[in-house]
Each structure stands twice: as structure tokens, then as C-alpha cells.
Write a protein that binds this ligand. Structure first.
Ligand SMILES: Nc1ncnc2c1ncn2[C@@H]1O[C@H](COP(=O)(O)OP(=O)(O)OP(=O)(O)O)[C@@H](O)[C@H]1O
Length: 232
């Protein structure tokens, strides 16, 4: 029997006052696959991700994440996803290890320490595990946000601009996290402006423009020329 898609978005609209950030997005994403969400600044990528993370409610439309309805069960959605937000999400006075402890406690995880340590090492944050994050560079904070999203091996992993300001080793570690998640059957959604990295990380691509979906295709079909044409 074919599995239903892990993420289903139908005619999603999100309004902030007078601004319609998302205006009719349709999208599906499958378990065991990674889907890139691409588009220019202001296209609606982060807002769509926030809805999928249960952080912002849909104004209208239907959104299901691992069987949970984002409009009526935001808490259920938050439980099944791992979310790396585009900005923020870290407590400046806490250390990476304290962030991991808090995350594990909130999720009632047992025996998370080894995985936590391993992820910090993979993202080259082992040496600063006990340093407050307030002094971290942008790239270090991004890397920690990916670690926190991945810690509990969520069935839906949402990475919003995970490569932003991240050095090549951090990019490699992030690509590994995406590959691991796919291998254990999770659904990955990753937003980025960077077509090349999207192609490396993801098998599927969805392009947004002005709050609408303008294309959905296999990532390999998204040539530079095609992407450029879709952005205009
Ligand atoms: N909280 C908010 N209040 C008002 N407008 C908002 C809010 N959040 C987003 N918007 C607007 O919604 C539109 C989509 O923003 P969004 O952040 O989703 O785009 P994006 O594709 O993620 O852009 P970027 O690539 O620059 O991160 C933009 O016009 C933005 O200004």
C-alpha cells in the first residue's frame, strides 16, 4: 500500500494584517525524500515553513503534517517535527549543551546524550558545547539550530535556510543530517535560495514566487536557466 505524503498543503493562505505572505500554496512532500523550497526574498518560504512547524496558524487552507492538522493541532505538529527556524530560536545565555538538555526534556527523551554529543562533534561544536551561545557567530548559531532540529530524529525535518552563512564543513554536516533523515524514512523540507545546494540535498524542488507555488519538479530538472526564468 502506498503511504500518504508526510506533508500535504492545499491552498494555503497566510495573512499578517494587510500583507498576504502566502496566497494559495499547494505542496506535498513524501517520507524518505527531501524537498527543497526555493524562491526569492519574500516569496513566502519561511512563512510556509512556520505553518508546517505549527508556529504560525494558516489563515485558510488545509495543512497536514504527519497526519496532524496544523489548524487544529499545532501542538501535535510541534511534537512530530524538528524545526530549524530562519532566525532566532536560541537562548543567548544558554550553552549548546543546555539547549540540548532543554530540548530533550521537553520531548521527554531518554538516552539522548550520546546522539547529542555526536551531533555537536559532527557540526564542530564539541569544543564550545559549554560556552554561552550569545557570543556565537551567525554560522555557529545556524549549525546549532540544525543540531537541535535533528536531535530527536523527527519524522518531519524542517530546515529553513540551514546553509545561510555556514562554512563548507557545516554545509557537509547539514547534507549528512539530511541524508541520514531520508535514510531512516523521515520527510525533509529545506528552504534555500541556493539552487546548487538544493540539488545536492534534495530530490524534489518546489519554487515559490509572490506567495504562490510556481513550479514543482524533480530537483535535477531545475536547471539554472529554468530556475532563473521562474524567479522573474
Ligand atoms: N510577521 C510578519 N508580519 C508582516 N509581514 C510579514 C511577516 N512575516 C512575513 N511577512 C511578509 O510576508 C512575505 C513573505 O515572507 P517570508 O519571510 O515568508 O519570505 P521568504 O521567502 O522566506 O523570504 P527570505 O528568502 O527573504 O527569507 C514578505 O513580504 C514578508 O515581508
Amino acid at each position: 500500500m502506498t503511504q500518504p505524503p508526510a506533508v500535504v498543503v492545499r491552498d494555503l493562505h497566510v495573512r499578517f494584517g494587510d500583507v498576504e505572505a502566502v496566497s494559495g500554496v499547494d505542496l506535498t512532500a513524501d517520507s524518505g525524500r527531501a524537498t527543497a523550497l526555493l524562491g526569492r526574498n519574500g516569496a513566502g518560504k519561511s512563512t510556509t515553513m512556520k505553518v508546517l512547524a505549527g508556529v504560525v496558524p494558516p489563515t485558510s487552507g488545509a495543512v497536514t503534517v504527519a497526519g496532524r492538522d496544523a489548524a487544529t493541532d499545532a501542538l501535535g505538529v510541534k511534537r512530530v517535527v524538528g524545526y530549524c527556524p530562519d532566525v532566532g530560536g536560541l537562548v543567548p545565555r544558554a550553552t549548546p549543551w543546555e539547549h540540548l538538555q532543554l530540548s530533550a526534556r521537553l520531548r521527554r527523551m531518554d538516552a539522548w546524550e550520546e546522539r547529542g554529543r555526536d551531533l555537536l562533534e559532527r557540526f564542530e561544536l564539541g569544543d564550545v558545547a559549554h560556552r554561552v551561545v550569545g557570543g556565537f557567530s551567525h554560522g555557529m548559531s545556524r549549525r546549532l539550530s540544525v543540531v537541535l532540529a535533528a536531535l530527536h530524529e523527527p519524522s518531519v525535518l524542517l530546515l529553513d535556510e540551514p546553509f545561510d552563512g555556514v562554512d563548507p564543513l557545516g554545509v557537509e554536516a547539514t547534507l549528512e543530517v539530511v541524508a541520514d533523515a531520508r535514510a531512516r524514512g523521515a520527510c525533509v523540507l529545506l528552504s534555500t535560495h541556493l539552487r546548487d545546494l538544493a540539488l545536492e540535498a534534495c530530490g524534489d524542488a518546489v519554487v515559490l514566487r509572490g506567495g504562490n507555488r510556481v513550479a514543482a519538479m524533480e530537483a535535477t530538472d531545475l536547471t539554472g536557466e529554468t530556475y532563473r526564468a521562474l524567479l522573474d
